[in-house]
Ligand binder design. Sequence first.
Ligand SMILES: Cc1ncc(COP(=O)(O)O)c(C=O)c1O
Length: 451
Amino acid sequence: MQTKILLSEDRIPKRWYNIIPDMPGPLAPVINPRTLQPVTPDDMLAIFPMPLIEQEVSTERWIEIPDEVRQIYRLWRPSPVYRAHRLEKALGTPARIYYKYEGGSPAGSHKPNSAIPQAYYNKISGTRRIATETGAGQWGSSIALACQMFGLECTVYMVKVSFGQKPYRKSMMQLWGAEVIASPSDRTHSGRSILERDPENQGSLGIAISEAVEDAAGRADTCYALGSVLNHVCLHQTIIGQEAKEQLALAGDYPDVVIGCHGGGSNFAGIAFPFAADKAAGKNVRIVAMEPASCPTLTKGVYAFDFGDTARMAPISKMYTLGHDFMPPGIHAGGLRYHGASPLVSQLVDAGVVEARAVPQNTCFDAAVAFSRTEGIIPAPESSHAIRGAIDEALRAREEGKEKTILFCLSGHGHVDMAAYDAYFSGKLEDFEYPEAAIKESLSHLPDVKL
Ligand SMILES: Cc1ncc(COP(=O)(O)O)c(C=O)c1O
């Protein structure tokens, strides 16, 4: 009855797994938002350091993790895999449920797995300052920590609704030395133009990205960092799935289904891509992305070229999108409120390698409470979507009387998200309907990319 499956520090992966050579087809080009032509490395150099641009387009299957990064990973990696014995018992399921817990990092989620290498590559490339955005504050606190470790300055544009809902995330960023600005702000042209039209605007990830990109593009000493979506971010997160595969092997098991919550796609890619490689090689494994019904990018969006941000400054990618000016409702799983998705995850969904499901937030909190009461750990609201998916699979196994192995990524803890639990317990948590009309309107503004 082993509960924690642990690896020693020398088992921290030495290489990131790059899924690009194993994708089901060629990647769509990334498009320059001004010229509507494929981006060149020079376009990207205005906001990213060269090593990250190289990783973004690399076709090498394995990419070495620098020692300086592995040294810092040692603070929380390898992360544990838990067998959810108590949850299984409470559900009365014949399924074996495992979860890979990423909440033990200093910031409390998977996000430092990419923040640390991003800060490292910026540092060795001569960057002095990083501008970035954050939704719920998990990415902002992770990059603040990473910048502190490598001696970089850091400015974080934080989506205004989260700035109000999660004041302690702001304090964490300040503690690690970052400047935090509620977005939309008057610091940038894109922020000011939104506030002129709508002074009460509560912000979105798309707007905060515009502000951070504008900030970085306008200063020679500053680069931009993104906590999800991009290929190199998904790449860095693959240490999650690599470790998990080894841990399940130690338990003599292999998943029938792998589940992750999906915002921009990075923790999902992290747990899923190493298993997608097995699937491409003929293994029978289902891979499921869980997203909020109020921001149903993968399930109700279209697979098309779209801007990564609201002000149309970020590159255009082919991805599932709800439209770059779609303003999702202010749900508590703030890290899942993004109009787009990782182009890699999108292509896998389009090719049928990955399944996607959308779930309303109250059912996710039901799952999070059931999980906390059995397993003890209080999940981040984002992660509760993966728990919902895992519990539903386990209940189906019970109905079918079938044994099944379920692995999910518990991407973070919810210690700084207790306001969301308060709202749930006091019955104030609303389930927003899929805002069909708003999405239809937003989808009518997609860029006209002709290649
Ligand atoms: C705990 C947690 N899980 C998941 C996500 C979603 O991001 P991604 O899809 O990049 O993993 C976030 C984003 O902030 C998060 O904080």
